[in-house]
Design a protein around this ligand. Structure first.
Ligand code: DI6
Ligand code: FE
Length: 408
């Protein structure tokens, strides 16, 4: 008898496996879990007999099962909030004006640097809980509100610590090239030399960083500046990703693709050239409708061109205090459909399989397939489209993380 054996029976699976058409639906299905991994996922009638003896059997009563959701782009760890700037924007100030006047990212830096690791964890946990309550199993967390070596490392320590406080897989990104701190105003190059690159080397040595990110934008860093950081990432063997083409087109997506980036994110101003470069490099397009919505943007990412070129599309909350104070991946799915025109299938794939791809984790999670981590979400819905269609409703019945059942 295998002590760690669990059988989920009488479910309807959306495996999202590429080898199955569409969502990979299997009716009257079972999932067999052993030691936190998927041992079998398929028709109930074909469950290997040997695996049933002594197993803990759970009847799903016909409920839908999807892969555990994945939020592949967040700034979950930060201090304070920017409700005040929200009010300023309601009165007509633009995001860029506020940033140039010393607000924006830099104001979150002061609030973040005032906190200890423990306090940062304490502020992030309620946000994390909201995500997990909707079936999320994996969350990417960026640095980027420290802007000094010590404070950027502190943010990543807080991000890593979240795994000790909640059943979740955390993936970290080094985003020191997010904004220029006041003391380096007008000296981006020096900031990269003094802080971004030495900090990255230290974070890597300390095992704090899984990938390297940057903000390529007129109010942030140029492609040439980002390239300096990406060169170091390459030397260290770390994958890269980039905030690109969010407020203007600087060719960031093309730059990211030339480094074989896992993803380029935002992409409202992406052009045909950028689409083609991403397609060639297999770079995932991470769409962030929360920021588009909160900034009241009108320029949409070129979804039809991405689709036509076969660029994989993921979606994420971009949870951050400035442009996307959003802690719901279900609402993100709804926004992706309503605002960006993604299909139900693209929304579900975007929050599971393609999000895993964007994190380089596709062999570990993101689909329901034999050998992967048993990360599942079990839903009280009649059809999968309901997960995308409802606004502000959470039909999660149960979450399974690494084979452990976690009541919602
Ligand atoms: N793009 C964004 O939308 C966030 N960061 C980024 O690079 C904004 C972060 C903030 O305003 O605090
Ligand atoms: Fe972001």
């Amino acid at each position: 008898m295998d002590a760690g054996l669990t059988i989920l029976r009488n479910g309807r699976l959306a495996t999202l496996a590429r080898s199955h058409p569409g969502l990979g639906v299997i009716e009257r299905a079972a999932v067999v879990i052993s030691d936190g991994r998927i041992l079998y996922a398929g028709p109930q009638a074909d469950v290997p007999r040997a695996s049933s003896s002594g197993a803990c059997v759970i009847d799903l009563e016909g409920r839908w099962v999807t892969p555990g959701l994945i939020d592949c782009h967040t700034h979950l760890v930060h201090g304070g909030n920017r409700a005040r700037e929200f009010e300023m924007r309601l009165k007509g100030a633009s995001y860029e004006e506020i940033a140039r006047a010393g607000g924006g990212i830099v104001s979150s830096v002061a609030a973040t640097n005032a906190l200890t690791v423990e306090e940062l964890v304490g502020e992030a946990l309620p946000r994390l809980d909201r995500l997990l309550s909707e079936g999320v199993s994996t969350v990417e967390v960026k640095s980027g509100y420290g802007l000094s070596v010590e404070n950027e490392l502190k943010m990543l320590r807080a991000a890593r610590a979240l795994e000790h406080f909640a059943p979740v897989r955390i993936v970290t990104s080094w985003l020191a090239a997010h904004a220029t701190p006041a003391e380096y105003k007008g000296r981006n190059g020096d900031y990269i030399t003094d802080v971004v690159i030495p900090g990255l080397r230290l974070a890597h040595t300390q095992g704090l960083v899984d990938a390297v990110d940057g903000f390529c934008e007129g109010i942030a860093f140029s492609p040439a500046e980002i390239a300096r950081v990406f060169d170091v990432a390459r030397e260290l063997g770390l994958p890269v990703k980039l905030h690109a083409e969010q407020l203007s087109n600087l060719g960031g997506a093309r730059l990211a693709a030339s480094y074989g980036a896992l993803s380029a994110d935002h992409l409202e101003y992406l052009d045909e050239d950028g689409v083609a470069a991403m397609a060639d490099a297999g770079t995932v397009a991470v769409l962030l409708p929360g920021a588009f919505y909160a900034l009241n943007e009108t320029k949409k990412p070129p979804v039809a061109a991405l689709r036509k070129a076969g660029v994989p599309m993921a979606i994420a909350t971009d949870c951050n205090p400035g442009t996307s104070p959003l802690t719901s991946l279900l609402l993100t799915m709804n926004m992706s459909a309503t605002l960006f025109g993604l299909t139900v299938e693209e929304c579900l794939a975007g929050a599971t399989r393609e999000a895993a791809r964007a994190l380089g984790l596709l062999s570990e999670t993101g689909t329901i397939e034999v050998g992967k981590s048993a990360d599942l979400a079990i839903w009280d819905v009649e059809s999968l489209a309901e997960l995308v269609y409802r606004i502000g409703f959470n039909p999660l019945h149960l979450r399974v993380f690494k084979g452990q059942r976690i009541a919602s």
